[in-house]
Ligand binder design. Structure first.
Ligand code: PHE
Length: 363
């Protein structure tokens, strides 16, 4: 037994190192630290003995005591890291995440009304046999205008409506598509007939106020085959608006109109009531315009390499924000793009509430 000034420092070192090794939790280890190295700890207590010693003895004893203290302190540190690691590993093993579990809609995110509305539109037209087509947001002049029979001097081409990209070396300018009609052109150019598609997507116009946003969404539809006529157009769109708004007897009116790419053209209005100062869809004496439509202009068919003496059909287009605002009573268009979480919680939709014709659309 090695004794220094009456104290068994080797024995003490072994005692505390054993105590450190024996701990199994961070709390137990902390208790050992306090008992050994804390203010009133056993090793700290020995420091006080130094004051009672003569200079030589103090020097030798002090050095040995420092070694003892450092050994125990570093053993505690090492053990602490080890315990933290095994605690983390145990936690990781315990808290496995099953990523195949469905989301918990009552806690987590909401589906944006735009997405929801697009899903509803797809569900309705999907049931009628339409498929979904998409195209680029940045278009050339041909797909956005020329092929759609929009002549070079047409007002829609002027700077106030269209976002133009910087001119290319040949002087031509790409545009941010001003409608989703170029997707119809792309679909027809592929030449797979007959055609029955809807084209939802982002569109852009130089316009911004309560009811206009420079970026907004449209959905267009296109049906081309040998016998499709205006009667089909009317039946299809009437069924759509009634299904979408969930009002079986919703009055629908077709009003003659003009679009360069359709002939004849018609705007579609739905019946509403504005009398109480509040807008009510359905019964009433008033009308609300929600859709543009028409029989595809023979020149548009020819521009896409389709024989207009054999094929014909109809097209329609509508603003998604507009019909979403009407259906869900959202008063200001700009709030769609604010990413305000409170707004999303209020107007958003539960992710698992997927709209289908069988399961029901959202009302
Ligand atoms: N493209 C038209 C618009 O943006 C909508 C429309 C599409 C009208 C198809 C008729 C037929 O205003």
């Amino acid at each position: 037994m090695s004794t220094e000034a009456g104290h068994d420092l080797n024995g003490l070192q072994k005692k505390w190192l054993d105590a450190v090794a024996a701990t199994a939790t961070v709390d137990a280890l902390e208790q050992v630290r306090v008992d050994a190295l804390g203010k009133k700890g056993e090793i700290s207590g020995l420091m006080k003995v130094l004051g009672t010693m003569g200079p030589d003895e103090r020097k030798a004893f002090g050095a040995r005591l420092n070694v003892l203290r450092d050994e125990v302190a570093s053993a505690i540190d090492t053990k602490k890291t080890g315990l933290a690691d095994s605690a983390l590993n145990a936690k990781l093993a315990r808290e496995t995440l099953d990523l195949t579990l469905p989301a918990r809609p009552e806690i987590e995110g909401r589906i944006h009304p735009i997405t929801q509305t697009v899903d509803e539109i797809i569900a309705i037209f999907g049931e009628m046999g339409f498929s979904v087509a998409e195209g680029p947001d940045i278009e050339d002049d041909f797909h956005n205008f020329t092929a759609l029979n929009i002549p070079a001097d047409h007002p829609a081409r002027q700077m106030q409506d269209t976002f133009y990209l910087p001119a290319k070396p040949d002087g031509s300018q790409m545009v941010l598509r001003t409608h989703t009609s170029p997707v119809q052109i792309r679909t027809m150019l592929k030449g797979d007939l007959p055609i029955r598609v809807i084209c939802p997507g982002r569109t852009y116009r130089v316009d911004s106020d309560m009811t206009h946003s420079p970026m907004f969404h449209q959905v267009e539809g296109l049906v081309i085959d040998t016998a499709t006529n205006m009667g089909h157009l009317k039946g299809c769109l009437q069924d759509f608006v009634r299904a979408f708004f969930g009002i079986d007897n919703l009055p629908v009116r077709f009003r003659p109109s003009y679009f360069p790419f359709t002939e004849p053209s018609a705007e579609v209005d739905i019946g509403c009531d504005r009398s109480g100062g509040e807008l009510k869809l359905g019964a009433g004496k008033d009308w609300l315009e929600i859709l543009g439509s028409g029989m595809v202009h023979p020149r548009v068919l020819e521009n896409c390499g389709i024989d207009s003496t054999k094929y014909q059909g109809f097209a329609f287009g509508m603003g998604i924000e507009r019909i979403a605002m009407l259906k869900y009573g959202i008063p200001d268009l700009r709030t769609f793009y604010d990413s305000d979480l409170r707004w999303l919680r209020h107007y958003g939709f539960v992710p698992l509430d997927i709209p289908t014709m069988v399961g029901g659309l959202t009302r």
